[in-house]
Design a protein around this ligand. Structure first.
Ligand code: ARG
Length: 458
């Protein structure tokens, strides 16, 4: 007798190489607790419909409680011969309780079982991720609030464009993360549907009642087609796609932190505990954490491509290809969770250097648009104002000063419409204050957004 569930049909045991190649126990063991949750609900449903009796259910519960204990204390021994977590747990149960253990698999298959396990597991991960997103948003909101008035250059094409506040800049990421959280919530609704009852692919001849199992497991909905239930992994692809977007957002912020921390910018400092030195250059302090986040975003995007490629061309219904869904999915959740966790801590360790930020604004003629707007408000057509300001900028550039540092007589040489109230708009602070509308960078708007987000997150 070989040690396999389907032994009776086979004339020789599977080769050692094939055994290793096809086994998933090395990685799917982390589904064990969710597998047991699913089995307990399935057993209870079978008892309620009269397929199992009271005694069987009691035995199953007792055996599973012991197995759970063995798993949690690290005492369980996983066997490669038993291929995956489902068969390992079932065999362990049967060893403990005998026939009731062998009856557990009535009316189900590993195909609906594994699809259920992944969904139960993923549902829990999404809840963790949503909380971590909100925690990071809170860290960014604290920075935004403290820096509602901190002037920095806003960039387009990485060239100084117009003054913005550092608080406003942080709020841009709060918005991105807000949509990321919405995507996770939306994805969770589709993850939270129950495949159990689909059995291998066509359903089962036993009098099952899927509503009972779904209710016990807290599923919001039940998969309505057995073929679809066991075969599609679109929910995993969706999750990985939402995760990739989060990583992309954090990769962009990381790129900025790296630039801002370099002495060329000198806009911020990141606490030492998030940086490392160089083994050869004593002066170095490297922003390792943001660099790794930028790097790990590639890893998560890779998983997305892997999973979506895995699904393509699979005929209905279940195929063993799907066993390959787990490692990328697990790694996506692990990477994302670690990243969100460390990121919130790191943002709490950012110190802002307002003087350097302001000095950079002063070097880039960042208020040129404000001067043009000023002339337009005094009656000059915008195209003409654009040209006048271009000449003023050229002059200031040659003189090596900012527009706000040109004397009034000089400015009036470019247009008679200019009077001494012009300095109110030429300073970075004046420029910020002037953009006082919903979504604008004025400190008042930044504070309103911080307040709004705090209410959303409360
Ligand atoms: N280990 C398998 C997986 O992860 C479980 C389902 C296997 N079903 C089967 N008919 N071989 O997908």
């Amino acid at each position: 007798m070989h040690d396999k569930t389907w032994s009776g049909r086979f004339n020789e045991p599977v080769s050692e190489l094939v055994k290793q190649y096809t086994a998933s126990i090395g990685f799917d063991q982390r589904l064990a607790e969710w597998d047991i949750q699913g089995s307990l609900a399935h057993a209870q449903m079978l008892k309620e419909t009269g397929v199992l009796d009271e005694g069987d259910l009691a035995d199953i519960r007792r055996g599973m409680a012991e197995i759970l204990e063995e798993i949690r204390s690290g005492k369980i021994e996983w066997s490669l011969d038993l291929e995956d977590v489902h068969m390992n747990i079932e065999r362990r149960l049967t060893d403990k309780i005998g026939d009731a253990g062998k009856r557990l698999h009535t009316g189900r298959s590993r195909n609906d079982q594994v699809a259920t396990d992944i969904r139960l597991w993923l549902r829990d991960q999404i809840t963790v991720i949503q909380n971590l997103i909100q925690n990071l948003q809170t860290a960014l909101l604290d920075l935004a609030e403290q820096n509602a008035e901190t002037v920095m250059p806003g960039f387009t094409h990485l060239q100084v464009a117009q003054p913005v506040s550092f608080g406003h800049h942080m709020l841009a990421y709060v918005e991105m993360l807000g949509r990321d959280n919405e995507r996770m919530a939306d994805c969770r609704r589709r993850v939270n549907r129950m495949p159990l009852g689909a059995a291998a692919l066509a359903g089962t001849t036993y009098p099952i009642r899927r509503e009972i199992t779904a209710e016990l497991l807290g599923f919001e909905q039940i998969c309505q087609n057995s073929l679809d239930a066991v075969s599609d992994r679109d929910f995993a692809i969706e999750f990985t796609s939402a995760a990739s977007l989060i990583m992309v957002h954090l990769s962009r912020l990381s790129e900025e932190l790296i630039l801002w921390m370099s002495p060329r910018f000198g806009f911020i400092d990141i606490a030492d505990r998030f940086c490392t030195g160089s083994s050869i250059m004593p002066q170095k302090k490297n922003p390792d954490v943001p660099e790794l986040v930028r790097g790990k975003s590639g890893r998560v995007i890779g998983h997305l491509i892997g999973l979506i490629t895995l699904m393509k061309s699979q005929p209905l219904a279940y195929n063993k290809d799907n066993q390959e869904d787990k490692e990328p999915l697990f790694d996506t959740a692990d990477t994302l969770i670690d990243t969100l966790r460390i990121y919130a801590d790191m943002m709490r360790g950012v110190t802002v250097k307002p003087d350097n930020m302001r000095a950079a604004v002063m070097q880039g003629f960042a208020t040129a648009t404000d001067l043009a707007d000023y002339l337009v408000k005094k009656g000059m057509p915008f195209r003409d104002a654009h040209e006048v300001v271009a000449q003023a900028v050229r002059h200031a550039d040659e003189a090596g000063v900012d527009l706000s540092e040109l004397p009034l007589e000089v400015l009036q040489g470019f247009s008679k419409l200019i009077s001494d109230d012009v300095y109110g708009v030429l300073t970075p602070e004046g420029s910020l204050n002037a953009r006082n509308h919903l979504g604008g960078t004025a400190p008042e708007q930044v504070r309103l957004q911080v307040k709004r987000w705090r209410e959303v997150l409360a």
